[in-house]
Design a protein around this ligand. Sequence first.
Ligand code: F6P
Length: 365
Amino acid sequence: MAKKKILVATSGGDCPGLNAVLRSFVKRASATSDEWEVWGSMRSFNGLLGQPQELKRLDRKSVSGIHVKGGTIIGTTKRGGPFNWPVKQPDGSCTYIDRSDEMIAMCRDIGFSAVVNIGGDGSQAMSKRLFDKGLPIIGVPKTIDNDLGATDVTFGFQSAVDVATEALDRLVSTAESHNRILILEVMGKLSGWIALHSAIAGGAELCLIPEIPYDVAKIRSFLYNRFDNGKKFAVAVVAEGAMPKGGSSLGSQASEMSSVRLEGAAQRFADELKQAGIESGIRCTILGHVQRGGSPVPYDRVLAAQYGVKAFEMILEEKFGHMVAFHSPNVVAVPLSEAVSNPKLVDPNSYLVHVAKSINICLGD
Ligand code: F6P
């Protein structure tokens, strides 16, 4: 009997747990019968669209033991893709063309009866457009930023918080020894989830997030008050998207699969503190891609295992145009339209923000 083929892609920025999803998906697909064949498209859908085509057979053997590994065994990218395929021009410049119809025809011709795209907000938006054009596609939410709507949490987030908290713990001891103000810049795009969670977990004095624009004058008073009480050091977590009141995030537009590239928030804050007369040996640490690499923490492995199994079961139920989501304690299917309609941001009136303020973390408002 001819096998039923499924195409799987990992898209956008990588994050810990991608391999764990691939493993649980393949294991679930081969658990009931051998009628399913899973293929990975290398570097998102570029492997399918490229010449030569790069597709990798994913079977039990190829996914064995990969749940502990960071990155993704089928690669990923934020460039290219069906709606933005780069075509080099004779003068060396690039134009971008829409190959989505061609991609859908390719999937049909090769015999893929379902496609799974594991990605963040930009990738889910791409999946929705492909679904609207007729591709039987399912989304699986991933991102360290935790900013995807319609799911309680994305895998990769807890691993990033773990890395950020460890960095913070290390900064606290050196800040205290030298009476310094140490600033840690963490990722998160335009959301403050990583910053807020790691600031609470690591006991930071300051936490600046994009959802709550900060006022340097208020931070100055907070610090002087702290210094007057005998504590001459402080540690600040600054989300890369943080902004002063009346200002904006520092960054630039990137590709379709990741809408912004942010940098400079910690340094700007350091400069603002200096201008406000605070000179206590201010130094910045930019944590960067360390947050995205390495092995997923157990929570993310468990979440990823659930997402992989559910994605396959959604194919059995023909729940195309949907994304796997965690609505604690259940793993459910939500329409892709819901997943991409609104990013999930920190609510300034949430209990978590109240908790941060209650334990004397200054958010600058
Ligand atoms: O979305 C994940 C993320 O790591 C963001 O937190 C960050 O802003 C961005 O990707 C970094 O992108 P790049 O890897 O392209 O520098």
